[in-house]
Design a protein around this ligand. Structure first.
Ligand SMILES: [Zn+2]
Length: 458
């Protein structure tokens, strides 16, 4: 049995436990014992010491891996979400399964180094740039699954249905790579994927599972959205959807259908406890009530939302209405789940003039347990007996964290991804002393990212 003796560990709630022995039995946590030096002196002797604060694995609920190629290239221009989207399309047009495998593997490795043990990959670049399928129509999705396995984190591949270029408009240009024609053909393709051993033929393996996504009301007509929801419900898998990230999206939806995106999705049976609404930035009071009443989770992506000038969503009101809160790195402008969690609170302060909408432990729960549940991993995201053996340890002696009180606040309000120095995922040590396990075989993660990005930028 592998054992870790954690200087401090967050076991839930507002405080942290001291001197915690965490023993693993394969892919599961077998023991969680605070004050272990006193309670079990013999057993701690062989355990690996982890200094700092140990947390459950972090869940990155919303990711588009290839957007990482835009970082440091597209931030200074004026313009808005729509002009940024054109730049993003330029990268999508240069992807193929081989390039995407290399890029995603490097991006997921960056995520592992940041303490992310599970990623929700919202995947929509399915086909060749002219829209014709690859020999295996799921070649791109399979490349993402392999990339995650190689990097050493768990993945929920959220295969997105994407049928129209805007509300009622045909796909044009690179958007043709995203489309399957109609919901029936989308279903046929994902049925084939769900039978693939890479996702365990349905329920999933220890490392990968399948979910569904309705890209947005812009890209999926109501009838098709209902069919995707039906498919997800029949297989009992998570369903994700971009919702009201942009005011223009709301206006187009209202002009065509006479209702908000949330109301439309509600009428198509897309909302519910297995569904996550990504962004939920520009939502009405009625929308908030519908999302809360159906138990729909929300995923905030504040580093992306600020980069794209999207706005600040009503996180507190959504949580009060009954929505579980989760966070994601989305466009990969930043890959730091602790920062995403911190910004949910800090953005509320800017928007409302009031501090303290969320505590450090509320935010850690969003980044761990709630995030894993939104990705269909109900047995992950906690340090408890029987849970999946994920463990993320944050230094409390770095230049950022030194002097902080050991507490959830230290992790959320003081630490950054760079303070993660030890990561266990599914019982395997994937980061040791701040170095990814792949580094031991000579992989330079930074150089690999640069090379993978060079392949896809013009
Ligand atoms: Zn997104």
């Amino acid at each position: 049995m592998t054992g870790f003796r954690c200087e401090y560990a967050w076991l839930g709630g507002p405080s942290v436990a001291t001197d915690v022995l965490i023993e693993l039995d394969g892919e599961r946590i077998a023991t969680v014992l605070p004050d272990a030096g006193t309670a079990a002196p013999d057993r701690v002797r062989s355990a690996t010491r982890l200094s700092g604060l140990s947390l459950p694995g972090l869940a990155n609920v919303h990711s588009h891996a290839f957007h990482r190629a835009l970082r440091g290239r597209v931030h200074s221009d004026r313009g808005n979400f729509w002009t940024w989207r054109e730049q993003m399309y330029g990268i999508a047009a240069r992807l193929d399964p081989e390039r995407y495998l290399r890029l995603a593997r490097a991006v997921y490795t960056e995520m592992v180094l940041a303490g992310i043990t599970c990623v929700g990959e919202f995947h929509y670049v399915h086909h060749r740039p002219d829209g014709t399928p690859y020999d295996d129509p799921n070649a791109m999705g399979l490349a993402l699954l392999r990339a995650a396995r190689d990097a050493g984190l768990r993945i929920t591949l959220l295969d997105a249905c994407y049928l129209t270029g805007n509300v009622g408009a045909p796909l044009t240009g690179i958007q043709r790579a995203f489309g399957d024609g109609d919901a029936k053909q989308w279903t046929a393709r994902v049925d084939r994927l769900s039978a693939d051993p890479a996702v365990g033929g349905g329920p999933g393996t220890s490392w990968a599972r399948l979910g569904a996504a309705v890209h947005s009301v812009r890209a999926v007509p109501p009838h098709a959205a209902g069919q995707v929801a039906e498919w997800a419900s029949a297989l009992d898998v998570p369903l994700h959807v971009h919702v009201s990230e942009q005011v223009a999206e709301n206006e187009a939806c209202k002009a065509e259908y006479g209702r908000t995106p949330v109301r439309l999705l509600s009428e198509c049976d897309v909302l519910g406890p297995s569904t996550t609404a990504v962004h939920a930035t520009h939502v009405s009071t009625d929308d908030i009530d519908s999302l809360g009443a159906t138990g729909t989770a929300v995923c905030f992506c504040p580093t992306t939302e600020r980069d794209l000038a999207d706005g600040i969503g009503p996180s507190r009101a959504l949580v009060d209405a009954g929505c579980p809160l989760t966070v994601g790195s989305d466009s990969q402008a930043v890959i730091d789940i602790l920062e995403e969690a911190r910004l949910v609170e800090l953005d509320q302060r800017l928007a409302t003039g009031v501090r303290g909408s969320f505590t450090g432990s509320d935010l850690l729960e969003a980044a761990t347990g709630a995030g894993h549940r939104a990705l269909g991993w109900h047995d992950a995201g906690t340090l408890s007996v029987g849970a999946r053996a994920d463990l993320v340890t944050v230094r409390l002696d770095s230049v950022r964290t030194a002097g902080s009180e050991p507490s959830p606040d230290a992790a959320v309000f003081a630490a950054a991804a760079a303070d993660v120095h030890h990561v266990v995922c599914n019982g395997q040590v994937v980061v040791r002393d701040g170095r990814h396990a792949g580094s031991d075989s000579g992989v330079d993660v930074g150089a690999e990212l640069a090379a993978a990005i060079a392949q896809v930028v013009a």
